[in-house]
Write a protein that binds this ligand. Structure first.
Ligand code: SAH
Length: 370
């Protein structure tokens, strides 16, 4: 992560894999068990101050401090919805911003993590897709979102029970499978049992359907999979999720059929945004059921969340209910995802960091002043 103060050339420890951390320690002549101790401080205790790592010798702490920092994304703005959902606009070392959302529920809570600043996919109903600037987040910036949420929720050391952060969904800004290496590295850090210790069963990665990477994700990470389906035929899906032109429905569903670890107790989630008059008839619900044949699946219906200038509106409650009934009667769970945090634009598809716009405005103001 590039989060140290300007001019600080020290390396960030957050985001290094265990192997990389071991290599760093070996390079400065530290004994192998130091890696484990340091890892414990960083990811179990959540320490950000190298000088406070009291199980390490003082001279070693000083040596670490000369070479390294423990980075966190900065909170440019924090907002809380009337329903308890919290959204943090995070600023990274180069000034770029991305959003991260915590959704509390009874006895648990989900953190929605971003994988990119902006997104290249341009799904027509998604706010993030309207953002021009895109860059990948690095592994430290991705796992840093989880760590920052733990800071904010006072959940260090990594608690056993009674957590407000139990589940992680890669459903924030960006397409995680277009930033696979960084996402995989961050997830592996999050899953490490001696650190953040989040079980793969509690992690869900959502993709618009980058087929070749779905296979790798299943093999290498084994996390839960969610697919942003949204349409049941190629012409409509080409329009709503343009990535479909590259990886059409048949290929996508085949990759789902082959997803390792998917079975009845661990189903693949199919997300389906409810767009009034576009994809919300009972006939389409039946077509959806037909597509899911042979896949251990559940369906999440997402009422469309509006954003300024969006070209769609949300289906009526009646249409959503009818759609859900058809799927349910065919034997699938068809949960209607309750919109959370809509009042602070924190709901699905509403995330967008406006650093680009702001800069353009600032530039205009500067030009006017000169
Ligand atoms: N790129 C990944 C991660 C984004 S996840 C993916 O496409 O899966 C966010 C989820 O919210 C996706 O299912 C996305 O299609 C959906 N979504 C986007 N905009 C939305 C909106 N305005 N209303 C409801 N859901 C939306």
């Amino acid at each position: 992560m590039i989060s140290a103060a300007a001019g600080d050339t020290r390396k960030d420890l957050i985001g290094l894999s265990r192997e990389e951390l071991a290599a760093e320690m070996a390079a400065i002549g530290a004994e192998p068990f130091r890696t484990r101790q340091l890892w414990h401080w960083l990811y179990h205790r959540g320490a950000t101050d190298l000088a406070a790592m009291t199980t390490l010798a003082k001279s070693f702490r000083a040596e670490l401090d000369r070479r390294y920092v423990v980075g966190r994304p900065a909170v440019a703005r924090g907002q809380q919805s009337s329903d308890g959902t919290r959204k943090w606009l995070l600023r990274f070392g180069d000034g770029q911003e991305a959003e991260c959302v915590h959704i509390p529920e009874d006895g648990r809570g989900t953190l929605c993590v971003s994988s990119q600043v902006g997104c290249t996919l341009n799904c027509r109903f998604c706010h993030t897709g309207t953002q021009l600037l895109v860059r990948n987040l690095d592994a430290g910036e991705i796992v840093g979102q989880i760590m920052l949420a733990r800071d904010q929720l006072s959940e260090w050391p990594s608690p056993q029970d009674d957590r407000q952060l139990t589940n992680i969904v890669l459903m924030g800004m960006g397409e995680p499978l277009y930033n696979y290496d960084n996402v995989a590295k961050a997830i592996k850090i999050a899953m490490d049992g001696e650190g953040l210790s989040v079980s793969k069963r509690k992690i869900t990665l959502s993709t618009a359907g980058v087929v070749p990477m779905i296979r790798r994700c299943g093999k290498e990470l084994g996390v839960n999979l969610a697919i942003s389906l949204h349409a049941t035929n190629d012409p409509l899906r080409d329009e709503l999720v343009p990535l479909n032109k590259k990886y059409p429905l048949a290929e996508l569903l085949q990759a789902c059929r082959e997803y390792p670890g998917a079975h009845n107790a661990r189903r693949i989630t199919f997300e389906y945004v409810m767009l009034n008059g576009i994809n919300d008839t009972p006939a389409e619900a039946r077509a959806l059921v037909a597509l899911l044949a042979g896949i251990p699946a559940k369906v999440n219906l997402i009422p469309f969340n509006p954003w300024p200038g969006a070209p769609y509106e949300c289906s009526s409650d009646v249409a959503i209910q009818k759609f859900s009934d058809v799927i349910f009667e065919a034997g699938y769970s068809a949960l209607v995802r309750t919109p959370r945090g809509r009042d602070i634009l924190a709901a699905c598809g509403q995330l967008k960091s406006d650093s680009v716009k702001k800069r353009a405005r600032e530039r205009t103001a500067e030009a006017a002043a000169s």
